[in-house]
Design a protein around this ligand. Structure first.
Ligand SMILES: [Cu+2]
Length: 469
């Protein structure tokens, strides 16, 4: 590893010092370099040989900054969960809940019926085990899982009940894509968390925090603060998950090198798309290829207008370089659903002072806060619908269970590059139209959710539910 260069690089010094969420100018002046800590991947849980998936919640405690620890929770570990590898076919899953409160295991982006979706109607009681027998049948994608108990999702995810899933068909070599987990194929869970003066992670949302969503003052990547992602000299694949409760990232590299977008929430694009910045809202995923063949030690940053460091990178010449060229093409197929729609629906993601005066912040969709007992509408199984979604007050990331969708328009214009592929979550700064075919059934006992993925908004009522029959 080019340690010397790494530590003398100004931007490297910053992130090594773990000083994040400051302006780049202040970052550049930061001193104090501790020993380099290599970013670790979540453990890999590959289900392909056994077609079985076994998860158990675990209570733990984590001292993220080396200071006082905070009670946390994870799946099969003390914070977050393993990276699960799935392939198409049968999967016998079991999720055991050892915690003293109900949790659920929502497979965000998995295309399965409502009874297997793990939403708020499928709580796993303390001591209980949920055993969905699922059939996986979808394109390769980076998806994720997290607890989804109504009014508890924000806190449960914040303290660790989330993880990443790779749906794979084993053909990434043929695609010319990096695929060695933790070497040239990195899974990166981006989360901001709030730490008090003693270095303890806290979740204490005020009324204002609930209105805007709860944001932190430090970055964690895979549950680690201030670590360095060490990669080979060559093309590296980064699978990015915004696992934050509310923070929206506009990612870029401080050395201005492009990010080559190869996959969005629901699968591959037809070809890589070079981006200078990549916007990633809570719940969204993106797979990018980055060329680390140079000698630099770039920093993944966010927010060009008020930049802060997200993750320091460094290269290690002893790591195998397997991919040296970007693929020209990928095999993602973007079905054009336009013209196939049989229904149009309008959704208003509501929040505002009116509701706030009455208490609760007015979080609702089409004026109605979420009610577990009310099904908002039914979609005919196998049909395409066009949904027009409008945000009020702030940009809301809109997520729909049980489908992947295409973005038709954003504020009347074609979608931004990040949103041209298959999506299941999309940030809506103003209004957008999406098209989806509803191929998975959901009954009124286990309906699909549609909601804002700012978790404080979702918990406060910006959510609805629908059946597919
Ligand atoms: Cu929202």
């Amino acid at each position: 590893m080019k340690r010397r260069k790494f530590l003398t690089s100004t931007s490297a010094a910053l992130a090594t010092a773990g000083v994040l969420f400051q302006s780049s100018a202040r970052l550049a002046s930061a001193q104090g370099q501790g020993p380099l800590t290599r970013l670790a991947m979540p453990p890999l849980l590959d289900t392909r040989a056994t077609s079985r998936l076994s998860l158990a919640t675990q209570a733990g405690s984590s001292g993220f900054l080396g200071g006082p620890s905070t009670p946390t929770a994870g799946f099969n570990q003390e914070y977050l969960g393993p990276t699960i590898v799935l392939q198409n076919g049968e999967l016998a899953a079991e999720v055991q809940n050892t915690l003293d409160e109900p949790i659920s295991a929502h497979w965000h982006g998995l295309l399965v019926p409502g009874e297997h979706d793990g939403g708020p109607h499928l709580p796993i009681a303390p001591g209980a085990t949920w055993q969905p027998e699922m059939t996986i049948a979808q394109d390769p994608a980076t998806i994720w899982y997290h607890s989804h108990i109504h009014e508890r999702t924000a806190e449960q995810v914040y303290f660790g009940l989330a993880g990443v899933i790779h749906v794979t068909d084993g053909e990434d070599d043929a695609r010319g894509l990096p695929s060695t987990y933790g070497v040239d194929d990195l899974t990166l869970v981006l989360q901001d968390r709030r730490f008090d003066a003693s270095g303890r992670m806290v979740y204490n949302p005020s009324m204002m925090n609930r209105m805007h969503g709860f944001t932190g003052n430090r970055m964690l990547v895979n549950g680690q603060a201030g670590a360095t992602a060490v990669v080979p000299h060559g093309i590296v694949r980064l699978r990015l998950l915004n696992g934050s409760n509310a923070r929206i990232y506009t990612l870029f590299f401080d050395d201005t090198q492009p990010m080559h977008l190869v996959a969005t929430d629901g699968g591959f694009l037809p070809a890589p798309v070079a981006l200078d910045t990549l916007r990633l809202a809570p719940g969204e995923r993106a797979e990018i290829l980055v060329d680390f063949s140079g000698d630099g030690a770039p920093v993944l940053m966010s927010d060009p207008s008020q930049a802060y460091g997200v993750l320091q990178f460094g290269t290690d010449a002893t790591l195998p370089t397997r991919i040296t060229h970007l693929p020209d093409q990928l095999d993602g197929v973007l079905e054009d659903l336009l013209g196939a729609e049989v229904a149009n629906r309008q959704f208003s993601l509501d929040m505002g002072m009116g509701g706030m005066m009455r208490g609760g912040g007015g979080f609702a969709i089409n004026g109605r806060p979420f009610d577990m007992r009310r099904i908002n509408f039914d979609v005919a199984l196998g049909t395409v619908e066009r949904w027009h979604v409008r945000s009020s007050m702030v940009a809301h990331p809109f997520h729909v269970h049980g489908v992947r969708f295409r973005v038709l328009t954003e504020n009347g214009a074609p979608p931004r590059p990040e949103n041209t592929g298959w999506k299941d979550t999309v940030l809506i700064p103003g209004e957008a139209e999406i098209l989806a075919r509803f191929d998975q059934p959901a009954s009124d006992t286990t309906p699909f959710m549609f909601h804002c993925h700012i978790l404080e908004h979702e918990d406060a009522g910006m959510m609805g539910q629908f059946t597919v029959t």
